[in-house]
Design a protein around this ligand. Structure first.
Ligand SMILES: [Zn+2]
Ligand SMILES: [Zn+2]
Length: 126
């Protein structure tokens, strides 16, 4: 068969194309049966008539919404989840980590606004 990404001839059922290193069937540029160039939305190969196979590359795992929201409002939760997940589910851990950082930044901004309004309040006697 041929790599759908780069069109080079490859062994059947290989996980990654040795030439371009992507999942061979995740590409859309070549026919997997004859290697002819194809367009991304094309379903049949114009040259050999083969049904073009489109397989998604390994999909990215994402953390559940509840976990993200919890990390956003309580960065400590994100930290705990990060340590629970970082070995088994690194992608989930990364995601909650980002959300808790966002939560931390948001918290700091709120704190700064509070501080500033407090300072201005005492300066101008609000
Ligand atoms: Zn390739
Ligand atoms: Zn073809």
């Amino acid at each position: 068969m041929f790599c759908r990404e780069c069109g080079s001839e490859i062994r059947k059922n290989v996980k990654f194309c040795p030439k371009c290193e992507v999942t061979p069937l995740s590409g859309t540029k070549h026919c997997q049966a004859c290697g002819a160039t194809t367009k991304s939305k094309q379903n049949l190969c114009k040259k050999c008539g083969a049904q073009l196979i489109k397989k998604e590359a390994v999909s990215k795992e994402d953390a559940p919404k509840a976990a993200k929201l919890a990390s956003l409002f309580m960065p400590v939760v994100g930290l705990v989840l990060f340590f629970v997940w970082h070995k088994k589910k690194p992608q989930l851990a990364d995601s909650v980590c980002n959300w808790s950082i966002l939560g931390l930044i948001g918290g700091m901004i709120l704190y700064a606004i509070g501080l500033a309004s407090g300072v201005f309040g005492s300066l101008f006697g609000f």
